[in-house]
Design a protein around this ligand. Sequence first.
Ligand code: ZN
Length: 242
Amino acid sequence: MRSLIIADIHANQTALEAVLTHAQSTFDTVWYLGDLVDHGPEPNACVQLLRTLDGLVCLSGNHDHAAIGKMDLNTFNPVAATALRWTQSTLLPESHDFLDTLPSMQEVNGTTLAHGSPRHPAWEYISDAALAKQNFAHFTGAICIVGHTHMARVFHQDGNRCRELIAPAGKPFSLNADRYILNPGGVGQPRDHDPQAAYALLDMDTASWVQRRVPYNIPETQRRIRVCELPETLVARLDLGA
Ligand code: ZN
């Protein structure tokens, strides 16, 4: 079984379409790790497009929680809070209801999916090997896949040790030893200083993880953000991948 692994679309329809075109239906299922809305200009279109994908398993992220009123906007920085208020005013009832059904963590065929981390699914950022090491105690299978940091990462548990490994983009990375925490990077707002959309393909039959990057029409997303009169910071950061 081959799964398309995507996270952190953040209402960037142009980036999502580029990823789906690039992946070319070479997958049987889609595992989405949360933060479908907020920051970007097209929350409803992204909800609708994601829902059309076959074999979808979909998680909720902290921005999705906030967009439907389940999280206090004061816990977000001012730019994010401004964007969240706009998102709340724009969400259609069917988008709201869909987001309201989503869990922050789910196990699929022995693989754990969590938005932030298996320890604190809605909020924790697994940003280094020390935090990853603590989180291996919070799932039981061999693989946990997270989003939230918007950075493609591979953390490997080998006995008592945890190390971060490099999975070069475009090349199969073997997952045949011990346990892993994986992050595909962000579709709609990468934060590793590479502005291209990020995603991954997981083949459970061959235990293979392929990290991919794909260019998309960033100026078009920026134009749409400006039409919505969202904060200019959200325009600028797409060029930087930050
Ligand atoms: Zn996010």
